[in-house]
Design a binder for this molecule. Structure first.
Ligand SMILES: Cc1cc2nc3c(=O)[nH]c(=O)nc-3n(C[C@H](O)[C@H](O)[C@H](O)COP(=O)(O)O)c2cc1C
Length: 323
């Protein structure tokens, strides 16, 4: 069940989403290892993405062998977004994704991300400028609207219709409005409508993809694929399971305790290498809280893993609970 994003061929109809603060090289490596055919780094502000020193400092550099990799940018100025896109393509990103979806207050305050859903003309102008600047595929991350008003719906369709007419390589649509943030259940009805109206455009749905079955459900409903976000945090196995289900095989058993130990340990050790020992312990908590959910003694494991004050205690807790 392959799907193409422009010249990038995905062997499976899903990828690991852009997740700011999470989708670093280590998380992406795990996603890839378990079968994600494409991963995205976290969103970058256009001016940071364009700046080699800042880019390096923030770790926004693709690693060797890490392909295909999508780079996502956010901004309001078409010229600046085009400069950022060019810089990312030059350092090796394979796809440029334009973020018009982020609901974070600090992003909205500057008119970026989800705010842009209210400004279809600038969205299109950004797309055009980026499109004429880079030769790699260009995609857009949208929400189903800024809010639930008719005006917002009109803006949404204006963006989608124009992007489809101008051959966007894929649309990635989160089934919530910007004002909804992450509340409630994702509504896929508008995403399905996009696919029906523009069957020639690859459409990826985003929202509440927490299991391999959820991946399959959205594909069976007609989407080209899905973006796996929170469902992949502390659960790289979701990709292995999705691969199996899509290939018509039985869903693999949940990871054994021994496999959990191997992955959690590998993840933490590589986070230490990537982010430094001092930052690693705090940074890893958001992952260990999710990993703990797989353990039969999840509450106790959560307590020990998340509460570990330093690397030594954490590694001892892993050894204790997972041996
Ligand atoms: C902590 C966090 C960070 C996120 N960062 C990004 C981001 O950088 N770029 C982006 O397009 N979406 C971002 N998202 C949104 C996800 O990619 C996804 O669209 C959303 O979480 C809905 O999918 P889910 O319900 O399956 O998690 C983020 C979501 C979360 C929870």
């Amino acid at each position: 069940m392959a799907v193409n994003i422009g010249k990038i061929k995905l062997t499976m109809p899903f990828f690991q989403a852009a997740i700011a603060g999470y989708s670093d090289f280590v998380m992406r490596s795990l996603a890839r290892r378990f079968g994600a055919p494409l991963t995205f780094g976290g969103v970058m502000i256009d001016t940071s993405a364009a700046h080699p020193v800042v880019r390096r400092k923030l770790g926004f550099i693709p690693r060797e062998g890490e392909h295909p990799l999508g780079g996502q940018i956010v901004g309001t100025d078409p010229a600046s977004m085009a400069i950022a896109a060019k810089a990312l393509a030059e350092v090796g990103y394979d796809i440029i994704d334009l973020n018009f979806a982020c609901p974070a207050p600090k992003v909205l305050r500057r008119g970026r991300g989800g705010s842009m859903m209210n400004d279809p003309n600038t969205v299109i102008e950004i797309y055009r400028r980026v499109r004429e600047t880079v030769s790699c595929p260009v995609t857009m991350k949208l929400r189903i609207g800024y809010d639930e008003t008719d005006a917002s719906s009109e803006d949404f369709w204006k963006i989608v219709e124009t992007a489809a007419a101008e051959k966007i390589d894929a649309l990635i649509i989160h089934g919530r409005t910007v004002t909804q943030h992450y509340r409630g259940r994702a509504d896929y009805s508008r995403i399905y409508e996009v696919k029906k109206r523009f069957p020639h455009i690859p459409v990826f749905g985003s929202g509440d993809i927490f299991s391999a079955e959820a991946v399959m459900e959205r594909i069976n409903a007609g989407l080209d694929g899905v973006s796996v976000a929170r469902g992949a945090i502390g659960n790289p196995w979701i990709f292995r399971e999705a691969c199996a289900i899509i290939e018509g095989k039985a869903k693999p058993a949940s990871p054994s305790i021994a496999e959990q130990k191997e992955i959690i340990t590998w993840h933490f050790e590589n986070i230490q290498i990537l982010h430094g020992k001092q930052k690693a312990i705090g940074y890893f908590r958001k992952f260990s809280a999710q990993y703990a959910k797989f353990h039969p003694e999840k509450k106790l494991v959560h307590h020990d893993l998340v509460g570990a004050p330093n690397a030594q205690t954490l590694l001892a807790a892993i050894k204790n609970w997972y041996s």
